[in-house]
Design a protein around this ligand. Structure first.
Ligand SMILES: [Zn+2]
Length: 469
């Protein structure tokens, strides 16, 4: 556990000490989250030499930040979790407790405030809380932060000028979320990105209350049910409904693309204002990068370095990014959904392609020589049957590319291994059944052990290829 100091109105955060990152397993395969109610004690405290605003108006303002119908944390997390998590006051007590004096003079000492507040609550018989929110007068304490939250944990500290955004943010830390940062990437790629700091798309990233949680944050919390998630989607076209659409809206919300085998991920989701808590988010198809499965500390991708702006983070229609063999393209967006095309293989690993008779696409004799025929052969574990999709749509084995010989288009033209150049006669698309060359013809086998050729696509058995590990 650690504490997060959060400066809400500052452009930059105070230096933060990061603990070592801990890989967290994806929770998306878990059973749907059970509804949890956390009892939250919100306490106004006085120091011995400094008093917080004791007016009814101030109390009402604080109460509304936690439990109100407007911008409250209870509503924020209830909607973000589709009802899996609700913050509620202690039964039989006022929603906001105090002001009560704690036994210390004003000081920005969060540990002491916590100890003294707990002692004071125990002396008053206040027990049974899951979370504690301490509101204190900041005039003499002079804390330089806008809020503080254990991460993860159960205590938040708010100076008396705190906001609804700050309250939701600190409770997010209690749930284990770190700050969301961003990267700006060279156009069209995710492999050339520069850190761009704390930014957007979530209450954990400076988006404030008007921005729901990001897709990886929802994955971290187990708030993306299987019906809303497509993990390692096959190449194809997907419609995503808005990430924070009401629970009643059916359809996929998150595409999760593995990046290599170390737990790195790309998540793809569509953000559209007017969907529950998303009211002021940067709109569009958003990508986040996650390292080693640590969804709680992901980075938002800004895919358009040429343009700036806090909310300029959508992958615009007609734009695409390529990364490690997979390409994500935004086809279109509407008020109710985004259409996204995924091409290439997202596993980051090599795969085999088997024909209708169960034989594998094979570089004859395992020879990496330019011009070697590619045929079908009994499947084995050899490298000459392993094909790695690359971002330029090539299929690579033994360091060379699957190639239509001579860039010819006639039916019967042999398919060979050739040094990679990425021209159309080396570009292939697997649509789940056929392997189609960018020249317009389909990879075809004419029977067991025979060399492969291209032919006009006709869906016959010799043109059916199944991809597998
Ligand atoms: Zn923070």
């Amino acid at each position: 556990m650690e504490q997060r100091r959060c400066r809400w109105r500052a452009a930059a955060l105070a230096a933060l000490v990061l603990a070592g990152l801990t890989a967290v397993p994806a929770t998306a395969d878990a059973a749907p989250a059970q509804a949890v109610t956390k009892r939250l004690a919100v306490v106004l405290v006085d120091f011995t030499d400094s008093r917080i605003d004791a007016s009814a108006a101030y109390r009402a303002k604080v109460r509304d930040m936690y439990f109100g119908d407007g911008q409250s944390s209870a509503r924020y997390f209830r909607e973000a979790s589709d009802g899996a998590l609700t913050f509620a006051p202690l039964p039989g007590r006022p929603e906001v407790l105090g002001p009560w004096t704690i036994d210390m003079a004003a000081a920005c000492d969060s540990g002491r405030m916590n100890t003294k507040t707990r002692e004071m609550l125990a002396a008053r018989g206040v027990t049974g809380y899951d979370s504690l929110a301490i509101w204190f007068p900041n005039r003499l304490a002079k804390c330089g932060w806008g809020g503080l939250g254990q991460q993860p944990g159960s205590v938040t500290w708010m100076p008396d000028g705190g906001s609804a955004s700050g309250v939701a943010h600190e409770l997010g830390h209690n749930l284990g979320l770190r700050h969301l940062s961003s990267v700006t990437c060279a156009a069209g790629t995710l492999s050339n990105c520069a850190d761009a700091g704390y930014r957007g798309s979530s209450v954990m990233g400076g988006g404030g209350y008007a921005s729901g949680l990001s897709a990886p944050e929802l994955l971290h919390l187990g708030w993306v049910p299987p019906a809303q998630l497509r993990t390692a989607p096959a190449p194809g076209t997907y419609t995503l409904v808005p990430l924070h659409a009401p629970a009643s809206v059916a359809g996929a919300r998150v595409l999760e693309l593995p990046r290599g085998t170390g737990g790195d991920r790309i998540t793809v989701a569509y953000r559209k204002n007017g969907n529950t808590i998303d009211t002021g988010v940067g709109e569009g198809v958003q990508l986040h990068l996650t390292k080693r499965g640590a969804f709680h500390t992901s980075q938002l991708v800004d895919p358009s370095p040429a343009t700036g702006g806090k909310d300029d983070t959508g992958l615009k229609p007609g734009s695409r990014v390529t990364d490690g063999g997979v390409t994500v393209e935004t086809v279109s967006v509407t008020a109710t959904g985004a259409t996204v095309r995924v091409t290439g293989q997202a596993s980051g690993g090599a795969q085999r392609y088997a024909d209708a008779e169960g034989r594998c696409l094979d570089v004859a004799g395992g020879a990496a020589t330019a011009g070697t025929r590619v045929l079908t052969w009994a499947c084995h574990d050899g490298a000459n049957q392993r094909w790695t999709p690359s971002g330029d749509r090539t299929l690579r084995s033994l360091g060379a590319c699957l190639d239509v010989r001579g860039n010819a288009t006639a039916d019967g033209t042999p398919v060979i291994l050739w040094p990679c150049h990425g021209q159309p006669n080396q570009q292939w698309t697997h649509d789940g059944t056929t392997l189609r060359s960018a020249t317009g013809k389909c990879l075809t086998t004419t029977g067991g052990g025979s060399a492969t050729v291209i032919r006009t696509c006709d869906g016959t058995a010799g043109q059916r290829w199944t991809r597998g590990a």
